[in-house]
Design a binder for this molecule. Structure first.
Ligand SMILES: NC(=O)c1ccc[n+]([C@@H]2O[C@H](COP(=O)([O-])OP(=O)(O)OC[C@H]3O[C@@H](n4cnc5c(N)ncnc54)[C@H](OP(=O)(O)O)[C@@H]3O)[C@@H](O)[C@H]2O)c1
Length: 252
């Protein structure tokens, strides 16, 4: 399949490498222009392009940019995409990074906000796994302990296509419902960055308390910064365990 990436930072680069290694064609774009991506593109056999080119003549577009920057994408970017193009959003809202965005502070589901900005339906997935974990913890299908990734969207076919991709790159896809339900795997959810399995997702997704998400998200940020400070963040196993100990709980 043909992929277009907008955003090739920490998690974008991991996704691009894995999708390229799985045998797909990939175009990559960032905010500074294709000339800044030439070396990486040559290394992995991708093509560096502009944001506008990244969405043209592809099957799947990945949006992997800070949430606030979605509002800065070129107007009508998705107006002329090929029929059936699937758009995947990997982003999360962090006020510390994105500034305060009133709609989401007032409880709007993050993915619904993204859809409104770009005027196109999305599939939300890969938002709930840390980039180092995504890079290091893939496992063959059927292996005990394989991490499962919640996927939300309103288009069943699009979710099916992306679910196959998730499996192809080493993770279990888990249908988390419609876009309106995708708050269940936003930052602050017990299943966010805690490297849950399919069984754990089945247990935990129905228990997520929406009202507690902002407070839990902020505690997650505090813990992340502490783990960075202690140099534990680089150790993918210890980092994941610390996150699970602190956040895979109904109440914190
Ligand atoms: N890091 C993680 O572990 C992780 C895990 C799951 C989800 N996420 C979410 O994924 C998103 C990306 O995170 P990240 O950590 O990869 O961020 P990052 O390292 O800061 O990379 C951001 C990427 O987005 C590009 N970008 C920013 N604004 C753009 C624009 N207007 N047009 C085109 N490209 C633009 C940047 O390009 P330039 O450098 O040229 O500006 C850069 O390639 C965030 O929403 C984050 O919350 C992150």
């Amino acid at each position: 399949m043909k992929f277009g990436f907008i955003g090739v930072g920490l998690i974008g680069e991991v996704l691009v490498r894995k999708i390229k290694a799985a045998g797909h064609q990939v175009k990559i774009a960032n905010s500074r222009g294709p000339q800044t991506l030439q070396t990486f593109a040559a290394e992995i056999g991708a093509t560096a392009v502009t944001v506008e080119e990244a969405v043209q003549d592809v099957d799947i577009v990945f949006l992997v940019i800070p949430q606030k920057n979605v509002a800065d994408l070129p107007k009508h970017l998705f107006k002329k995409v090929k029929k059936g193009t699937i758009v995947v959003d990997v982003g999360n809202y962090y006020p510390l990074r994105d500034g305060v965005i009133d709609a989401m502070e007032n409880g709007m589901v993050e993915s619904e906000w993204v859809e409104k900005q770009i005027g196109y339906p999305i599939v939300k997935v890969f938002n709930s796994i840390n980039w180092r974990a995504l890079d290091a913890l893939s496992l063959p299908k059927g292996t005990a302990g394989r991490i499962a990734l919640p996927i939300s969207g309103d288009d069943a076919h699009a979710k099916e296509v992306i679910s196959k991709l998730i499996d192809q790159i080493g993770y279990d896809p888990y249908d988390a419902g419609k876009i309106a339900d995708s708050w269940r795997h936003q930052p602050g959810s017990p299943v966010y960055c805690t490297n849950v399995t399919r069984e754990e997702l089945t247990t935990w997704l129905p228990k997520v308390d929406r009202s507690s998400l902002p407070e839990r998200r902020n505690l997650g940020v505090k813990l992340h910064l502490e783990l960075l400070e202690q140099d534990i963040e680089k150790n993918v196993k210890s980092y994941g365990q610390a996150m699970r100990n602190a956040l895979l709980k109904e109440r914190i």
